[in-house]
Ligand binder design. Structure first.
Ligand SMILES: [Zn+2]
Length: 630
């Protein structure tokens, strides 16, 4: 399979205004109204995808790590399949300088930085969900931060005398910087936690009653656990078979290791196959010749003209891509995207046959509807067109009604990519639960450390920064879009035939809803009023479901500055958001399966809010003939 290489500069988001100093008064007012500091508030740690490695002070300005720790040994620590003896430490930082020094030190030693948020002290471990609403932030400090580090074996216990890699708080206290406080131990024994969850999953599978082993994957109980690549591929196909008029599994590319990157297209009156995306049956990941031709004229500079042309042609339904798992270990993002897709179909069109089994797991519905309506009858016909005349129904446990679900399927063409990084996912499933990147060779492949893989959310072609070595967990790639996965997604998003107007990127962990830019806070966001307004509304909708507090803001502010981010690239012509799902650090990437369903429910509420908002804005623009970029 060969996909034409996209120019790294395919998109150049327009400079909507000159500097951050011009940040609008309305945005400031919105932030103040929500009691969010204008330079951001961050109550939770975030995904290491957002590490501001590119903007830490130059190495020359920092004291070197001392004593030196062999890079190969550190790389082995972060790439090893053996997690024995490893743990996760949380450092509170009390100044920008301290934060930067610690990050610089961690990257210099090729450590795995799980999270590095700024703007607030660290939440208390194991109580992050109890934190009051972000509308109250008495402890806010613009310079405070929090860094979660996965530490190699024998170096994770504070005070360990046998460590060859010193603990950061023992060395980063020179050149006038305030000494680091001793860390909190977030996860004492990473290996034990991983194995415990693995054995619990096997035990759950053994205990499933035979009825739950039906040949289809559409039982709602399917969402009570994480699933393998093949199980997910089967699930997507089962959805297509159950809802043929609204769902179709397509393949947008084939990975380095030969796995398909599947997507599920959700829209009313799906045109009959063949040949949308790569679903031409040959599995080669190629776009059709027609679509290839449609891209030929889409150069970076001419993109705006093409977009205008497309809009006038037919912008409905609005295309939205919901992507998950650019980072392999963030399993909850995959599960959440699948929950949203399947439950949206079920609530709009009825349960597929056979009827679902009773839910056997922990109570997934802490806020049950006291008067739940029965499921609507299964239907894939056009009889649902006139649902405005029907009484609305709300399915138990879901934060949207049947009518809302139907409207979404009418207004939007949703493309859900549950496994953006299937090679990495399989590796995280079979070999190394903590794997983050994809599995393609790099220029340094074959070296002694065995460092392979690209951090996909650093590989997009906007302000690409190949700053780190290939052994880093955040290695951006040899050049922009040199990863098949990012290239395929970008090509799909950029194809006028798909009508994509929005991109929502699911990650974990950190409980954040952010919007561009990631690469720099000095670049103002022209329509930040819209982005902030919808973000604040979405996190309110999310919080109403299970009381989880999410924070919203520009990625560069609440997370940190980093180039090559997907939502920066898609922002050129799209609505672009990144959601960091549960939790705040208690389990980090190892979120227990009991939290899959509530995470899906609350995230679904946020997604529905985002979609409604986008629809209203796009409708207004169509009425006025005013394109978003004009
Ligand atoms: Zn991520």
């Amino acid at each position: 399979m060969v996909i034409g290489i996209m120019p790294a500069t395919l998109h150049t988001p327009p400079r909507r205004s000159s500097t951050q100093a011009h940040r609008s008064l309305l945005v400031t007012a919105l932030l103040l109204a929500a009691s969010i500091p204008t330079h951001s508030l961050l109550p939770h740690p975030v995904d290491a995808a957002q590490i501001p490695f590119g903007l830490t002070p130059p190495l020359a300005d920092l004291a070197p790590p001392s004593p030196a720790y062999p890079a190969a040994a550190a790389a082995a620590a972060t790439t090893s399949t053996d997690l024995a003896g490893q743990s996760v430490l949380r450092y509170t930082t009390r100044s920008h300088d301290q934060h930067s020094r610690l990050l610089q030190w961690a990257h210099a030693n090729n450590l795995d930085v799980w999270a590095a948020p700024r703007g607030a002290p660290c939440p208390r471990p194991h109580q992050d969900h109890e934190r009051p609403s972000s509308t109250h932030a008495p402890t806010y400090s613009p310079h405070a931060g929090c860094i979660d580090l996965r530490m190699p074996a024998n170096r994770s216990t504070p005070g360990s005398s046998s460590a060859t890699l010193p603990l950061p708080h023992e060395i980063l206290s020179f050149r006038g910087a305030a000494p680091l406080d001793s860390p909190q131990v977030l996860i004492h024994d990473l290996d034990a936690l991983v194995h415990s969850q693995h054995h619990q999953r096997l035990e759950r599978q053994r205990q499933q009653p035979p009825a739950a082993l039906a040949p289809h994957t559409l039982d709602p109980a399917w969402h009570d656990d994480y699933h393998s690549f093949q199980e997910i591929a089967d699930h997507l196909l089962d959805l297509e078979h159950a809802y043929p008029s609204h769902a179709r599994r397509i393949q947008i590319a084939t990975t380095h290791e030969g796995r398909p990157i599947y997507a599920l297209k959700l829209a009313k009156r799906q045109p009959a196959p063949p040949n949308d995306g790569d679903d031409d049956g040959d599995g080669d990941g190629e776009l059709s010749p027609q679509k290839k031709n449609s891209k030929k004229n889409k150069g970076k500079k001419g993109g705006d003209k093409k977009k205008k042309k497309k809009k006038h042609r037919k912008p409905e339904p609005i295309g939205i891509v919901i992507a998950a798992e650019q980072h392999a270990r963030e399993w909850i993002s995959t599960s959440t995207s699948l929950f949203f897709a399947s439950e949206l179909l079920r609530s709009a069109l009825g349960s597929p046959h056979p009827q679902p089994h009773p839910h056997p797991g922990p109570d997934p519905n802490p806020n049950p509807d006291p008067n739940p309506a029965p499921n609507p009858p299964p239907s894939n016909s056009d009889d649902n067109d006139d649902d405005d005349d029907e009484p609305d129904t709300r399915l138990p446990s879901l934060p949207w009604s049947r009518k809302q679900a139907r409207r979404i399927l009418e207004r939007f063409s949703l493309t859900v990519i549950p496994l953006s990084n299937p090679d990495g996912y399989v590796h995280s499933w079979d070999e190394n639960r903590m794997w983050r990147k994809n599995r393609q060779p790099t220029t340094a492949a074959g070296d002694e450390a065995g460092c392979v893989g690209v951090d996909l959310n650093r590989n997009w072609g906007f302000h690409f920064d190949a700053g780190l070595n290939p052994c880093s967990e955040a290695y951006a790639g040899d050049k922009a879009f040199d990863a098949i996965e990012t290239r395929a997604m970008a090509q799909y998003i950029d194809d006028p035939a798909n009508g994509v107007e929005g991109f929502i990127d699911l990650h974990s962990y950190g409980q954040l809803l952010t919007y561009p830019y990631s690469f720099s806070c000095s670049e103002a966001v022209g329509d930040e009023e819209d982005l902030l307004e919808v973000s604040l509304g979405a996190v309110r909708a999310l919080r109403n479901v299970h009381k989880r507090t999410f924070t919203s803001g520009r990625t560069c502010e609440v997370v940190g500055e980093a180039g090559g981010n997907a939502i920066d690239w898609t922002y050129s012509v799209k609505w672009s958001f990144s959601l960091e799902l549960r939790d705040g650090g208690t389990y980090g990437f190892l979120l227990p399966p009991e939290q899959i369903r509530p995470t899906g429910e609350e995230t679904g509420a946020a997604l529905v809010y985002l979609l409604d908002f986008i629809h209203e804005r796009e409708k207004d623009k169509q009425k006025s003939g005013h394109h978003r970029l004009q």
